[in-house]
Structure formats: C-alpha cells, structure tokens
Design a protein around this ligand. Structure first.
Ligand code: AMP
Length: 284
C-alpha cells in the first residue's frame, strides 16, 4: 500500500493503472476509520483492480460552530485499517493541497440537498459536493463507494454525478453497527458513558418506524411522532429532526407510498448523531 499527499503524486501513482485500463474503486473518508469505512473498502477491493482511499477532513462541509477543530484523527490506525482491507493507495492531502486561498468554485446540488441535513446545516452539502467532485476529478475512479449511513449524502452525490455526467458509478453500502445497534461513526468517540448507553434509542426509533410503515401506516406525521416518543425516552437526547419521507426525494408529498426512508438526527451532548433505515409501504 502506498500513501501519497499531493495531487501530482496521486496521478503519477495511478498513471499505470489508467494506461492499462484497470478499474479504479474509490472510497472518500474523513479518517478516524472504523469497521463501517472498512466495509466500503472491502467492497471496492473485491470489485476493482485498484482501490484508492482518501483521508481528508474537509473544512468546506463544516459549519462555523461545528466540530472541525476537534474532529478526531488517528493516522497510524487509519493506515492499518486501509492496509488490512487490501487498499492499494491512500491519498491524504493537507488542506493547502485541496483548498488554495483563491479557490472560487462551488458545486451546489439543488433539490435533495435542501431538507433535513440541508436545513440543519445550510452549507454542508455544497461543501460535500464540491470536495467529492474535486476528488472524483483527482482520482478518476470508475466506481465510488459511500455508506447508506449518510443516506442523504449518497442521494446528493448520486444526483451530482448524473447531473454533471461524471463517469463514476456511485454505490451506497449497508450501515455497519455496533452490537447494540448504534451506527458506527467517527463522532461516537464524543459520547460520554451515559450518552453512549442512551444512544441506542436512534436505532430503536427507526425500528419502531419500520414496524409502523410495514404494518400499514402511511401518515408520515404519525410515524414520526412514534419515533419521537421513542427517542424522548432518553433523557440526554435532543432531537434535531425525525423524518419519514419518500426515499428518493426526502420530501413528504402526501401519504407514504412505496420506498420510504426514516431518518433521525439527535444530539447527545457534544455529539450530533444521524441514522436511517429503509422500508416499504404495504401494497394496497
Ligand atoms: P466519513 O469519514 O464520516 O466522512 O465517512 C466516509 C464514508 O464512510 C461515507 O460514505 C460514510 O457514509 C461511510 N460510513 C460512515 N459510517 C458508516 C457506517 N457505520 N456504515 C457504513 N458506512 C459508513
């Protein structure tokens, strides 16, 4: 496994693979890697001749009062995780390499960027789309792997890829969870022992929502209300949003019908956790 820090070195390292027409798989990350990230790498390694992982804490996707300065890092551990997953190349640029002072271009995706995370974190998805477009341009992958954990992000990236005719196939891989159901996240490290114990309510609320939808409930507000009640059993939980929405648009436009996504964002102290689950309304 090679580790490179500059765009020029990455391009040189990939030039042979590109000349040979070898398939390049790509997994963008912000580091502090866990088994969720490793699962994306393993899918890529199995499907592509070369797998590239980027490790870059993207300042553009953090709001002014968010956790950019305290975002956890563990470069040695990350490289071990990449190596164990069979990754060929790690791209770990410094901020100056990715973001020159005179950078003036933003990729803004409309529609699916607007609700939920987009409403809570106004500049977040423009920051994500800009850096993902830039990384796609740098790496030139055939396939890119994202986690369904960030469901709305995968929809935004898929939309951008279609709209800009980027020659990349985007995959959403399953959410990897701790044994008690908490979705793995680099931000789980912020949780105190009590918060960590209570954080399982996110998954419990999603299961309550799935159960309701799959037993015939099509009123999004009733599903959301039951999910809220579950989250509110945790005294340390502070709900940001709870949503039962059509899986593609993420905006309710009448009774739920077809593929539904249930999404939650909940604060526990310093940690803002997100999770989601898919389900389908019953055919009538
Ligand atoms: P991050 O480092 O948090 O930006 O995440 C990098 C990629 O890993 C994103 O595509 C995430 O959706 C994905 N990811 C994060 N956590 C998980 C998880 N628990 N299961 C699956 N994928 C994940």
């Amino acid at each position: 496994m090679r580790v490179v820090n500059t765009v020029a070195d990455l391009r040189t390292a990939l030039s042979e693979a590109r000349l040979d027409g070898a398939s390049i798989g790509f997994v963008p990350t912000m580091g502090f890697l866990h088994a969720g990230h490793a699962s994306l790498m393993e899918v890529s390694v199995a499907a592509n001749a070369v797998t590239v992982v980027s490790i870059y804490v993207n300042p553009l996707q953090f709001g002014a009062h968010e956790d950019l300065a305290s975002y956890p890092t563990d470069r040695a551990g990350d490289l071990r995780t990449c190596e164990a997953a069979g990754v060929d190349l790690v791209f770990a640029p410094e901020a100056e390499e990715m973001h020159t002072a005179d950078m003036s271009t933003t990729v803004a995706v409309g529609g699916v960027s607007s609700p939920l995370e987009g409403a809570s974190r106004p500049s977040h998805f423009a920051g994500v789309a800009t850096i993902v477009a830039k990384l796609f341009s740098i790496v030139g992958p055939c396939r890119a792997y994202f986690g369904a954990k960030d469901w709305q992000q995968t929809q935004v990236v898929a939309r951008m890829t279609i709209d800009l005719s980027l020659p990349v196939e985007v995959f959403a891989c399953p959410i990897i969870r701790e044994p008690d159901g908490l979705a793995m996240s680099s931000r789980n490290i912020y949780l105190t022992t009590d918060e960590r114990a209570q954080a399982t309510v996110l998954r419990q609320a999603l299961l309550v929502g799935v159960e309701l939808v799959e037993s015939g409930e099509t009123d999004a507000t009733r599903v959301e209300s039951a999910m809220r009640d579950t989250i509110n059993t945790a005294s340390l939980a502070e709900i940001d949003y709870v949503a039962a929405v059509p899986a593609q648009t993420l905006v309710v436009d009448g009774p739920l019908d077809g593929d539904v996504r249930l999404l939650v964002a909940v604060r526990f102290g310093k940690a803002r956790l997100i999770d989601n689950a898919g389900c389908r309304t019953i055919e009538t």
